[in-house]
Design a protein around this ligand. Structure first.
Ligand code: MG
Length: 164
């Protein structure tokens, strides 16, 4: 039995912050603003993962009012969310994400980001798809004010994966 979830997130770009996407540091003059490391891609993937098993959302699990999550590594949040999904009896099959950003160009980093996300979810690199898009110069993403991300995650029952 399979279940599917979607996730969406947006963070504003500002100077003096790291740009972390999919757990990978990307050299750029600006980074994403947020309580955690503001990894918009991992946040969208985490929400899609939680959504697939109806386990709520990242904001409810890891409130940005909680000092424990200040400057949190979003990879840790994804691992924790995946532990709950595993407890519910499901494992990730594949991930497909679209990231909307004008700058910097992400193509040189796609493989590294795929490897990073695949490692966090114990799947093959080829089971992680990441598609960068510009926004044709319009809207906050197109104007370079923000980066947003849409993600879809498919999960399957662990007993199916074990072949029992
Ligand atoms: Mg977020």
């Amino acid at each position: 039995m399979y279940r599917i979830g979607t996730g969406y997130d947006l963070h504003l770009l500002e100077t003096g912050r790291r740009l972390v996407l999919g757990g990978v540091d990307i050299p750029f003059e600006k980074g994403l603003a947020g309580h955690s490391d503001a990894d918009v891609l991992l946040h969208a993937v985490t929400d899609a993962l939680l959504g697939a098993v109806s386990l709520g959302n990242i904001g409810a699990l890891f409130p940005d009012t909680d000092p424990a999550f200040k400057d949190a590594d979003s990879a840790d949040l994804l691992r924790e969310a995946y532990a709950r999904v595993g407890d519910a009896g499901y494992a990730v099959v594949n991930v497909d994400a679209t990231i909307i950003m004008e700058q910097p160009k992400l193509n040189p980093y796609i493989e590294e980001i795929q490897e990073s996300i695949a490692g966090l979810l114990y799947i093959e690199d080829s089971d992680v798809s990441l598609k960068p898009k510009t926004n044709e110069g319009v809207g906050p993403e197109g104007q370079g004010e923000a980066i947003s991300c849409h993600a879809v995650v498919l999960v399957g029952r662990l007993d199916r994966h074990a072949g029992t």
